[in-house]
Design a protein around this ligand. Structure first.
Ligand code: NDP
Ligand code: OXD
Length: 310
């Protein structure tokens, strides 16, 4: 595909040395360069957590591509009006998320963490098998990632619930929607997986009130954004015995500050925001396809609705 457009690239933590030649190769004819103050006007920006100056200076953009699925960081910036923000949709993330969440659910349900500790201390002992009917899994967010995760967990015969903003039908998943059905969704779930975008409506959604609605012995898996969880409320719910524990991939402050209680809590497993990584070649191919489609006057999937914030 030959596309004669100018692309400016900026990323807070990805590697321009591979993204820029990758975009160039996927879009022969395009001029792709690293953004710096004062560079010529571009048609498209490909960014992750861009500086405000880029958005203020680049006045001719036709679209801004976010090289991640979540746009919460972008939504905090002053965006040029009328310029669409386009996020990654899937691009190899949903399978990674399904692996991560199934692993966390099964590790907890089958008590593999306990067996690891037993084996490490030379103890040979069996635990009583649990019944999966007692471990309904609730997925908050039934979008590109949440739907794939819900279906993957259902493959292991766990009862699965899902919650979204608008009504949905997903095979093998009991679907709830809207604020009015949140409590019923929580009451029907023991393990809750957060795959919501971070917006003013979903900020701190896992708090003392909502965690208390989960079935006793509940478990939290947060793979969306740290600010979905009120840290102190999660710790209190685990320490009181209402919740059995949590697996957390995302945190309010990243890297997780040294000394934070999550580092050493015996019932909390943490990973460094790695549940679904942006895969460079899949993402570049998707962005290149979308630029070609936009150039041809078509609409593309993953266009963010600024009013909803995702
Ligand atoms: P989508 O936009 O495809 O899906 C979002 C889902 O959340 C939709 O089902 C949507 O409902 C639902 N939702 C949004 N707001 C509300 C609300 N107020 N009430 C109820 N439901 C709501 O996003 P993705 O699945 O692609 O990604 C989800 C999030 O995962 C990202 O925003 C990002 O923060 C996080 N993420 C984390 C990664 C990691 O490595 N830890 C990697 C990639 C993403 P509806 O369907 O009705 O619109
Ligand atoms: C994303 C992420 O939003 O990596 O894509 O968290």
């Amino acid at each position: 595909m030959t596309t004669s457009v100018r692309i400016t690239y900026s990323s807070a933590d990805q590697d321009e040395a591979s993204w820029i030649p990758g975009l160039q190769a996927a879009l022969p004819g395009a001029e792709v360069s690293l953004w710096q103050p004062g560079v010529p006007q571009a048609d498209y920006a490909v960014v992750w957590k861009p500086p405000q100056q880029l958005l203020d200076e680049q006045r001719g953009l036709k679209a801004i591509f976010n090289t991640g699925a979540g746009v919460d960081a972008m939504m905090k910036l002053r965006l040029p009006s009328g310029v669409p923000v386009i996020r990654l949709d899937d691009a190899g993330m949903s399978v990674q998320m399904a692996e991560y969440v199934c692993h966390a659910v099964i590790r907890h349900f089958r008590e593999f963490d306990g067996y690891e500790a037993d084996m490490a201390s030379g103890k040979w002992s069996f635990r009583k098998p649990r019944s999966r009917i007692d471990y309904p899994v609730g997925v908050l967010g039934l979008g590109v990632l949440g739907e794939r995760v819900a279906k993957a967990v259902a493959q292991f015969d766990f009862p699965v619930n899902g919650w979204s903003r608008s009504p949905k039908t997903v095979e093998g998943v009991q679907c709830f929607h809207g604020a009015a059905q949140l409590d019923a969704f929580l009451a029907a779930s023991r393990i809750v997986v957060c795959l919501l975008p971070l917006t003013p409506e979903t900020d701190s959604i896992l708090n003392a009130r909502t965690l208390a609605q989960l079935r006793p012995g509940g478990y939290v898996i947060n793979v969306a954004r740290g600010a979905h969880v009120v840290d102190a409320d999660l710790l209190a719910a685990i320490d009181s015995g209402h919740l059995a524990g949590a697996t957390l991939d995302v945190f309010r402050v990243e890297p997780l500050p040294k000394g934070h209680a999550f580092w050493s809590h015996p019932h909390i497993t943490i990973t460094p925001h790695t549940s679904a990584r942006t895969l460079r070649s899949e993402s570049i191919a998707q962005i290149a396809r979308k630029i070609a489609a936009l150039q041809g006057g078509q609409t593309v999937a993953g266009t963010v609705d600024a009013a909803r914030g995702y």
